[in-house]
Write a protein that binds this ligand. Structure first.
Ligand SMILES: CCC1=C(C)/C(=C/C2=NC(=C\c3[nH]c(/C=C4\NC(=O)[C@H](C)[C@H]4CC)c(C)c3CCC(=O)O)/C(CCC(=O)O)=C2C)NC1=O
Length: 169
């Protein structure tokens, strides 16, 4: 599992180079945004349950057939599994946000997810929509807390959505 600093050092070490100007610029940007990343993660940590709940409500409003008989969130067991998945995506997004690196998402979340979702017929489109909704809610809450995160908090959510979509689940 890597963060922005260890990823960069690994790349330079492979070719035995000292850190050059590009590397220093990347590192500066990482440290410059560090406090904002931490503050945004703090908002996520303090509101995780509400963020998950609101995201699920909005998702089921937009795709109501998910909770109807035959839908993938129909039955309380599957409904709970879907909310739990959203909670996983949110928690790992908060880690990736602090690390400023998507490695933790590849390693802990996305690896093998396709096979699992395929075999259980969990639909990818609505999952991606759920992650997008969560991204919007996080952005709103972080902005409401007065934290100038811009689109920093979007990155991990977009990364998971891209990865899920690309894999053509
Ligand atoms: C930390 C990394 C990690 C992830 C990401 C993860 C996902 C994950 N989601 C699962 C199931 C599931 N995932 C969903 C999710 C959904 N259904 C919908 O209608 C919505 C579109 C969506 C929610 C947004 C559902 C309903 C199931 C249960 C499917 C079933 O058993 O029929 C399963 C199968 C095993 C289980 O039910 O626990 C896994 C492994 N597990 C992990 O350890």
């Amino acid at each position: 599992m890597r963060d922005a600093v260890t990823s960069l050092i690994k790349n330079y070490d492979i070719t035995g180079r000292y850190l050059d100007r590009d590397a220093m610029d990347d590192l500066k940007s990482y440290f410059r945004t560090g406090m904002v990343r931490l503050q945004a993660a703090g908002v996520i940590n303090g509101n995780a349950a509400a963020i998950v709940k609101q995201s699920a409500l909005r998702l089921y409003e937009e795709v109501p057939e998910l909770i109807r008989p035959g839908g993938n969130s129909y039955t309380t067991r599957r409904y709970a599994a879907c909310l739990r998945d959203l909670d996983y995506y949110l928690r790992y997004a908060s880690y990736a946000l602090v690390a400023a690196d998507s490695d933790v998402l590849d390693e802990r979340v996305l690896e093998g997810l396709r096979e699992t979702y395929n075999s259980l017929e969990v639909p990818v489109g609505p999952t991606v929509l759920g992650i997008q909704i969560m991204k919007e809610i996080v952005r709103e809450q972080v902005a409401a807390a007065g934290i100038p995160a811009g689109n920093l908090t979007d990155e991990p959510f977009d990364y998971m959505c891209r990865s899920l979509s690309e894999r053509d689940i």
